[in-house]
Design a protein around this ligand. Structure first.
Ligand code: SF4
Length: 225
């Protein structure tokens, strides 16, 4: 039976994976277009159950029409629903956007707050969105973004066995160096889109194949998603 990996060995393997993925994806960053924290917050709310490409198409027009939080409150809900329709779940997202705009104006002087606790007060904002905004708009390392790619790759790479995003994030916070908390999910997302795909991972082309316990070159079985 294979020897169980110690925590120190796991941390070393995580650092190794990050180093290799940094080399493979030197430009890894968020693919949601934005020019300020408020736009990133809006784009991240819209990205739920959608693709970043779809969101970027929608925000190209949206950010010309809606520049500040009060712009989202000046229009009736059905007009905003129409403007974000193609991102899916448009009624729920309209409620989140207008509720967020209202609270930003009422409580935060129209500015996006800089703390996790304050961001979590905004409607439609959970830890993932808050981490995206804090890390990518303000450079604040409050946690690790966990999305579908981060979840899948963290399972395949043996970084966690947890199922919920909150618990996966707790595990990652323990083993990913804090300086890499913002970059780590981008590396996972780039690698997940290009190589470690959900249905058919390209293990033979993978930059971290040697560090991965799920490689089908080792196991003979295609990793599950
Ligand atoms: S070896 Fe295969 S399963 Fe492991 S990270 Fe690379 S592509 Fe994904």
């Amino acid at each position: 039976m294979a020897k169980r990996e110690t925590t120190d060995e796991l941390k070393q393997r995580v650092r190794d994976v990050i180093r290799r993925l940094k080399r493979a994806y030197p430009d890894a960053k968020t693919s949601l277009n934005h020019t300020n924290a408020f736009e990133l917050l809006v784009a991240t709310i819209l990205s739920a159950q959608s693709t970043d490409d779809r969101v970027n198409i929608v925000t190209a027009d949206l950010f010309r029409k809606y520049r500040k939080p009060d712009d989202y409150l000046k229009v009736p809900a059905h007009e905003l629903e129409q403007d974000i329709h193609s991102t899916g779940f448009f009624r729920m997202k309209t409620k989140s956007l207008q509720g967020t705009a209202r609270l930003l104006l009422e409580k935060f002087g129209g500015e996006v707050p800089h703390t996790m606790d304050e961001l979590l007060e905004l409607p439609g904002v959970a830890r993932k969105t808050a981490n995206v905004v804090l890390g990518n708009a303000f450079g604040i390392k409050a946690g690790v973004v966990v999305d579908t790619h981060v979840t899948r790759l963290s399972h395949r790479l043996g970084f966690t066995q947890q199922k919920t995003a909150e618990k996966i994030e707790q595990d990652l916070i323990e083993i990913v160096p804090k300086k890499d908390w913002v970059l780590f999910p981008h590396l996972m997302i780039y690698h997940g889109r290009k190589i470690c795909k959900a249905r058919s991972p390209l293990c033979e082309e993978c930059a971290v194949e040697k560090q991965c316990p799920s490689s089908y070159l080792k196991t003979g079985d295609m990793p599950g998603s």
